[in-house]
Structure formats: structure tokens, C-alpha cells
Design a protein around this ligand. Structure first.
Ligand code: 3PG
Length: 417
């Protein structure tokens, strides 16, 4: 796997488009929460700016139809704070205002364009992404495309693969570091190896669960979050209409047949929650799985499940964790996530964690030091760990193959050969 990095280019006075993944968790008031993605991408942006580049930052936030699809003004404020330089928010993607703002950039200046997911082509255009409006309008103004968005590298979306077809491109520091670390862990995990999966991004997670079980590279899977609920439904439990409606809204019901098949084939490897925390008038109430169905929404795993999962965490030599155990951002329902993290922090396993909320929880609890690596990625990270190819990384690698002769020629000119 070889791609070019910042070290291969002279960025001074060049206009650089940096695709980051600033997609951040939101609090109960729909405000974005500061997190490692913002902090780590800030370093790439700062390095480029300090080296004299004119930096145009691009990112997505949220998904169409979800409440976290927001503007990026708050992200610009947080980037400014971390970088120590003003990051100007431009509420436009490729219209006149965006283009004029790019053209008038001076050395070292930084702008952040509007949420790329406000533009429907971003997720809907499935091929020839270089023919999209955003690529056609912006690429004439850009010298280099930097892909730093490791966390979105599993999406073949316009801004992640389209620019690399028409512009010289290289990886930012976040992308580079994730690969250096994750490629080492993914090759041969020490056994027993434990996958701790939660969160609500079911389709990515189910792919990984299936792949790791099939390849026999995982000895135990502990499930929580919406993933755990899908497995409970697959196991014949009636979780109640309110939570089932959430499953349908997230299209997680489509994964129930696969969950059933996996349970039939690998029953001894997949562990399911034995109790759950429901939200009764805003309060946490725990009920055993036998007491299902419930009319109240299920927001977390319960204490008995934490007790059940703790010995697996203790025994593991490698832990791959992804996604929170419950509604971490909702007061009273962060218990499952925090208690499992405490167990992970106590264990001597080589641990890699990912997924925005889980990484945030680990950061808030001061556990980042002990963990071998906290990935900025959620789906991208576990898919990569399960051996899947990531389209945005393939785009970087292909681009490197085309650019290597050019870089070598530039080096020769520089060295006077
Ligand atoms: C993530 O949070 O996993 C990435 O930002 C990708 O987001 P998506 O799952 O909405 O494409």
C-alpha cells in the first residue's frame, strides 16, 4: 500500500484542497462536541498553512435526513482554536462566493467550505465522480488535493475519490498515521482477539462481524448499542415498537436476516446483552431481556450485561472496539460505554478503539494514553481491520502510481541531475 504524503511535495504558495472528516458527535442541544477528529485534522491543516500553503478545507457532517446534518460554522471556530490561526467559514461549496474566496487566499490563510453533504451529488453520484459539479468548478483553482479523511475512506463519494482523478494528490498526516498503525495491528492479532461492537452504523458493523467470523480472526464478539438490539431481534426477542421503529428508521432491520444466519453458525462466539436500560420519563431504568417487550425506548445496556462482558475483556490479548454501548450523549445512558471502557482500560490487551462517540468517551475519561491507538475512523477503521478495501485509499494509491514518475522527475530537476 503506497501513497504519497506531504513530504513528497513543496506546498509553499500552492492552493491546497484538504478533504478532512470533521463529522462530529452532537450533544443533546444539537451542538457539535469537540473531539479527536477536529484536533488531529488541525495538525495537518496547521502544517500546510505553516509551510506557506493557501488551505481550503472541506468536510461532511451528518447524513441527509438526520438532525446532525448541520452547517460547519462551529467546526471552523473549533479548528481556529486548535490551530491558533483564523479558519474562515465560507457558507458555500462551489458557487461564486466559494470560488472568489479561494482565489483571494494568501499564503498561510485557511478557509473551511460548507458541509459537502448539502450537495446531493456528493452521496448520489456513483461513478465518474470527476465529472461532478464540485470537482469541475473547484479543481481549476486548486494545485493539490490532500485526502486526510481516513474516517470517510470507506465511502466512494465525490469529494473523496473525484478530485484525485484530475489533480495531483497525496495523503495528509491523519490518513498517513492511521495506516502506519492500523496496518500493523490488522495483520496478525494476538489471541484471544475480542471485537466489541456497539453504535448505530449497522451495515458497516455487520460486514465486519461477518468477515471476522468467516476468516476466523476473531474469538469473541460482544455486542451492544443498536447492533446488540439487532442481534436480540434476530434471536427472537420482541424489543417493543418504539425501539423497533428506530431500527427501521436506521434501515437496521435489513440486517436482521444476516444476524440470524450468523447466530445460527457462530452462536458460541457472539454474545448478546442480558439486560437493557430503558428511558422512563427521562430516567434510566434497567430491565432483564426476559421482561421485553417494552413501550419505552432502549438507550443502553444494563449492569448485568457489563458483568457478563467484563471477563471476555479481561481474557483478551487484542481488543478491537467500535461504537458506544448506548446513547452516550444522553445523561444517564453513558454507563454501558463508560463501564466497558473502564474494563478495557484495566486489561493488558493491545487495544484499538474507533467510532466518534467511543473515541470521545475514551478521551473524556482520560484513557487515550493507555490505549494503543484511537482511530479517527468508525466504519472505515473496522472495515479496514476486517480486510476490506477502502475506495478513497485506492484512489490515493492509484494517483501515486501515476504521479511517481513526475515526482522523480521533479526530484531530478531539484538535484540538478
Ligand atoms: C463516520 O463518522 O464514520 C464517517 O464520518 C463517515 O460517515 P457516514 O457513515 O455518514 O458516511
Amino acid at each position: 500500500m503506497h501513497f504519497l504524503t506531504i513530504d513528497d511535495f513543496d506546498v509553499n504558495n500552492k492552493t491546497i484542497l484538504v478533504r478532512t472528516d470533521l463529522n462530529s458527535p452532537m450533544d443533546e442541544n444539537n451542538q457539535i462536541i469537540d473531539n479527536i477528529r477536529l484536533k488531529r485534522h488541525s495538525k495537518t491543516i496547521k502544517e500546510l498553512s505553516d509551510k506557506g500553503a493557501k488551505v481550503v478545507v472541506m468536510s461532511h457532517q451528518g447524513r441527509a435526513g438526520d438532525s446532525d446534518l448541520t452547517r460547519l460554522n462551529k467546526h471552523a471556530d473549533l479548528l481556529s482554536k486548535h490551530i491558533g490561526k483564523n479558519v474562515k467559514y465560507i457558507d458555500d461549496i462551489f458557487g461564486t462566493y466559494a470560488k472568489e474566496s479561494i482565489k483571494s487566499l494568501k499564503k498561510g490563510e485557511i478557509i473551511l467550505l460548507e458541509n459537502i453533504r448539502f450537495h446531493s451529488e456528493e452521496t448520489q453520484m456513483k461513478e465518474n465522480q470527476h465529472n461532478s459539479h464540485v470537482v469541475k468548478e473547484l479543481s481549476p483553482l486548486i494545485d493539490y488535493f490532500v485526502n486526510d479523511a481516513f474516517a470517510a475512506a470507506h465511502r466512494a463519494q465525490v469529494s473523496l475519490v473525484g478530485f484525485s482523478e484530475v489533480l495531483p494528490c497525496f495523503a495528509g498526516r491523519v490518513m498517513q498515521r492511521e495506516f502506519e498503525i492500523l496496518s500493523k495491528v490488522s495483520k496478525k492479532p494476538d489471541r484471544p482477539s475480542l471485537l466489541a461492537v456497539g453504535g448505530s452504523k449497522i451495515d458497516d458493523t455487520m460486514k465486519v462481524v461477518k468477515q471476522l467470523l468467516k476468516s476466523e480472526s476473531c474469538d469473541k464478539i460482544i455486542t451492544s448499542g443498536l447492533v446488540g438490539l439487532v442481534f436480540l431481534v434476530a434471536d427472537g426477542k420482541d424489543i417493543g415498537d418504539s425501539t423497533y421503529a428506530t431500527i427501521v428508521k436506521k434501515k437496521a432491520d435489513l440486517q436482521i436476516p444476516l444476524a440470524k444466519r450468523l447466530l445460527e453458525e457462530y452462536k458460541d462466539k457472539i454474545e448478546l446483552p442480558v439486560d437493557l436500560a430503558i428511558c422512563v420519563n427521562g430516567n434510566r431504568v434497567e430491565i432483564p431481556v426476559e421482561k421485553l417487550p417494552t413501550d419505552f425506548p432502549i438507550f443502553d445496556i444494563g449492569e448485568k450485561t457489563i458483568e457478563k462482558y467484563a471477563p471476555f475483556i479481561k481474557k483478551a490479548a487484542t481488543i478491537i472496539g467500535n461504537g458506544p454501548a448506548g446513547m452516550f450523549e444522553k445523561e444517564g445512558f453513558d454507563k454501558g460505554t463508560k463501564e466497558l471502557l473502564k474494563e478495557i482500560n484495566k486489561s493488558n490487551a493491545y487495544t484499538v478503539l474507533g467510532g466518534g462517540h467511543l473515541a470521545l468517551a475514551a478521551e473524556q475519561m482520560g484513557f487515550l494514553e493507555k490505549v494503543a491507538h484511537v482511530s479517527t475512523g468508525g466504519g472505515a477503521y473496522i472495515l479496514y481491520m476486517a480486510g476490506e478495501e477502502l475506495p478513497a485509499v485506492n484512489a490515493l494509491v492509484n494517483s501515486a502510481q501515476n504521479q511517481t514518475p513526475l515526482i522523480m522527475r521533479l526530484e531530478e530537476v531539484k538535484n540538478g541531475d
